[in-house]
Design a protein around this ligand. Structure first.
Ligand code: 2M8
Length: 412
């Protein structure tokens, strides 16, 4: 679209946060200026408090719902000039910027984007810190990037939608409803947005009162890895690192106590509102490997007992391809409903990266091979049925294409 790239031509006609980070990585292989522009247009919508929003509507309304007006972000004094959503998404960006710079040095660009990146990370570690741990909280399943995951079912089941604004769902126009969230869950998503806009997106109110408040292993792993990459960017341009070191130290000292379940040998999300661990086995359990947050014994258990188990994740039983997004042992597992079981190229890429760090190069290679096989045989789909490899969701999906380039170039 000139300065930004749609995740999918019809289903997702605006700019999305973590999609754009990955898309920029794809562009960087053949058009560096275009990659940097993608990142610039994402940061252009940064809120005054530092949040980088999850959807940016550079081109105004479309047939996507929620439309820009629905968010009512002007109720907040922090809103940017560009229309955006009032939520964020997993902060992959600092890591992507570091990777791009490592391949093709772009020091002026680092000078340009370091301050907004630092402010975004600071926002996560302060405005979304519910307990002084520096772990980030999410207030909506959309912020997790995996909104339909069964890991959110117990938390959203407690939400009873009330006084819902009139709205017309559009996500089932271009993609079959059987591959999209259930209607009762969608109503809960809208109930939450309605609460946030009434609260004028005030962070303190959200932390105190949002009916959905979780500490999530995907976001916190990505953030912790991104903090380490942000630190490297700071050193490149001679900026102080003490504040970042404080976040890194604090998260390292609390992450395992909060998320690791010794009995199951799995990482679980934590429902802050309910004050308990969410004992649902999804592929997010492997994400702490991306950030170096597991010790080798934990990593070995995750791999031997879970990743290699055909009853859970390994190809061989019901699934033929790495890595089903949810363990097949979960009652909510579904082959084709999004974030309930299908294979996603973005999470495959992240898991392979984590495995490589812990000495599992062969399994990492198998996951990358399966990813490329699915893309080659089926096309650039948004997600794939792990049992037969067929494509689901949006066709011509941008991060699938971007990661095909990255994987073919041998990137990890
Ligand atoms: C999906 O989420 C959007 C809402 O943000 C949707 O369902 O309409 C998720 O897969 C999310 O991770 C992704 O960023 C977005 C665009 O690809 O689609």
């Amino acid at each position: 679209m000139g300065v930004f790239t749609k995740p999918g031509p019809r289903q997702y006609p605006h700019q999305w946060n973590w999609d754009s980070a990955v898309i920029a990585l794809g562009y960087s292989h053949f058009d560096l200026p275009r990659a940097l522009d993608e990142i610039r247009s994402l940061l252009k919508a940064q809120w005054k408090d530092g949040m980088v929003p999850h959807i940016i509507y550079h081109t105004g309304r479309s047939d996507y719902f929620p439309d820009p007006e629905f968010w009512q972000i002007n109720g907040s004094s922090n809103a940017p000039l560009v229309p955006s959503s009032g939520l964020t998404q997993p902060p992959l960006l600092a890591s992507i910027v570091r990777t791009i710079h490592a391949r093709t040095p772009a020091p002026d660009f680092i000078h340009e984007v370091y301050p907004p990146l630092l402010r975004w990370h600071r926002w996560f570690h302060t405005q979304r810190d519910a307990d002084g741990s520096r772990l980030a909280c999410l207030v909506h399943p959309w912020e997790s990037g995996t909104d339909d995951s069964p890991r959110w079912l117990s938390a959203i089941a407690k939400i009873t939608p009330k006084d819902l604004p009139a709205y017309q769902r559009r996500d089932t126009v271009h993609v079959s409803g059987s591959q999209r969230p259930h209607q009762e869950d969608y109503d809960r998503f809208i109930h939450l947005v309605n609460f946030f806009r009434t609260s004028r997106y005030d962070s303190a109110t959200l932390l105190a009162q949002s009916p959905f408040l979780v500490q999530d292993i995907l976001t916190n792993s990505i953030l912790h890895r991104a903090d380490q990459d942000l630190r490297e960017l700071a050193l490149i341009i001679g900026e102080p690192v003490a504040e970042i070191d404080g976040w890194i130290k604090s998260v390292r000292s609390t992450f395992n106590a909060r998320f690791w379940n010794e009995e199951a040998g799995l990482y679980y999300d934590y429902d802050v509102r309910a004050g308990r661990s969410v004992q649902v086995n999804t592929e997010m359990t492997f994400m702490p490997l991306v950030a170096g947050l597991a010790d080798q014994t934990q990593a070995d258990r995750l791999v031997a007992a879970h990743l290699l188990n055909p009853a859970e994740y390994a190809p061989g039983g019901r699934v033929r391809f790495w890595v089903t997004s949810v363990s097949q042992t979960e009652p909510a597992w579904e082959a084709r409903r999004y974030w309930r079981g299908p294979v996603w190229i973005i999470t495959n890429w992240l898991i392979a990266d984590g495995l490589q760090r812990y000495g599992y190069a062969e399994i990492a290679a198998a996951i990358r091979r399966d990813s490329l096989h699915l893309l080659r045989e089926t096309g650039f789909w948004e997600y794939f049925d792990a049992s037969d490899g067929s494509g689901c969701g949006s066709p011509d999906f941008s991060w699938s294409a971007a990661l095909a380039i990255e994987l073919l170039a041998g990137g990890t």
